[in-house]
Design a protein around this ligand. Sequence first.
Ligand code: XMP
Length: 506
Amino acid sequence: NVLILDFGSQYTQLIARRVRELNIFCEIFPYNHIPGDLSSYKAVILSGSPFSVRSEDAPHPDLSQIRGKMPLLAVCYGAQYLAHFSGGEVAPSNIREYGRANLSFVKDDELFFDEVALNSQVWMSHSDTIKQMPTNGIRLASTKDVENAAYRIEGETTYAIQFHPEVYHSTDGKQMLENFLVKIAEVPQTFTPKAFVEEIVEEMQQKIKGDKVVLGLSGGVDSTVAAVLLNKAIGENLYCIFVNNGLLRKNEFENVLEQYKGMGLNVKGVDASARFLNELAGIEDPELKRKTIGRVFIEVFDDEAHLIEDVKWLAQGTIYPDVIESVSVKGPSATIKSHHNVGGLPDYMKLQIVEPLRMLFKDEVRRVGATLGISPDLLGRHPFPGPGLSIRILGDITPEKVQILQDVDAIFIEGLKAHGLYDKVWQAGAILLPVNSVGVMGDERTYEKVVALRAVESTDGMTADWVHLPYDFLMKISNEIINKVKGVNRVVYDISSKPPATIEWE
Ligand code: XMP
């Protein structure tokens, strides 16, 4: 187990992902919440930071329990921090040091630089520079502009690097992380999806014992993997509820329910479409739509959960990025949209929470899912927002509009699959616009709806770019939509990136 101390760098999660790719488990803690008991950690990594060590409000944690006592790798700000407080000197640099640079080795460190190329490319992102190394520092490498690009400390297993080994553009970055963790710190590489499954199943069994657990399935990857894991751990004591809010994709409720049953899950499908659509009638404001759906979902879920006698636990598909976000250095980042997921159940339900995926990143959830035998089809599904099609129908929602959008969306998504494009796209869908436009069909003038198609590439939904779908494909889909879906006479394609445009239109 490796501890990553976060000083607020945008790359901290990336360090964790690289470490996990080496089959080594790691946890991120904010610099001001260092765990009291460090005995289970075999190495510590200090992250970068947007701060300057010289600033008063910069993170200045006490590392006396760590430094010199266990292997330590200090990255960027971490490297400056070690220098600044241990007899070295950090100063603003004359040249801004951003982007690529090449390492030249000053002193051959056989372990740290093992299998690292001469002149290896590394990625820099800092405005301060280490003018003088800390006491007992031994310079290992420099670049053209940075004299102290890597150093270690005599008599300790402490290494410090000014560049970011975690980013893709540091060509041998992962190798250096591996060298530090495996060759120097001798951390075992035992964190595999299979090992995770074995461990978590046992942990869940011990925690839950013979109690009953209720879980809300959404058809998405996280809740599905959480359900299959719990099913493996506690079998029939897991009660899954899958709510149809009337805003799912075409036939999604029936299809997914079928799939779940085929996986041996104890799942109850609850069709509450009419209730949701009733409550949403006349609402145009996107946030009010989200709040209404969130509230009705909780009511429906609560009613259903009450039918299960003596239920003690609520299981959720929370994953690691949500956990880090809620304890991060900066606190949860500003809410741009109020994302509704299960969460926030009424107090009187008094259920204890169990979150089997809370230590995993999304790609790890997928790998665990694959280990559990969940179909690639289900694991590769595009993300779909909790409020569903409600936020893709601009303006008020009616059952007719939902049906039109479901038909359009189905043609688009099926088309992407048929043309081998589905897996190249991170997320896709259609949006029903609140405007009519003039068209001509046969000899008749029409005045009907416009739909927009959106397909984006992304890795985490935080930033995204529109996908350059082939014109031929767009032509076919547009034709099919206009010919088959009554009430639509115009199709447009959204060519906006995020930022500034969000993925969803509402
Ligand atoms: P935006 O539109 O903010 O979307 O660029 C980023 C990702 O989040 C999804 N999204 C939501 N998911 N409830 C959800 O569960 C929501 O209210 C919500 N709004 C957006 C969106 O589909 C994309 O994947």
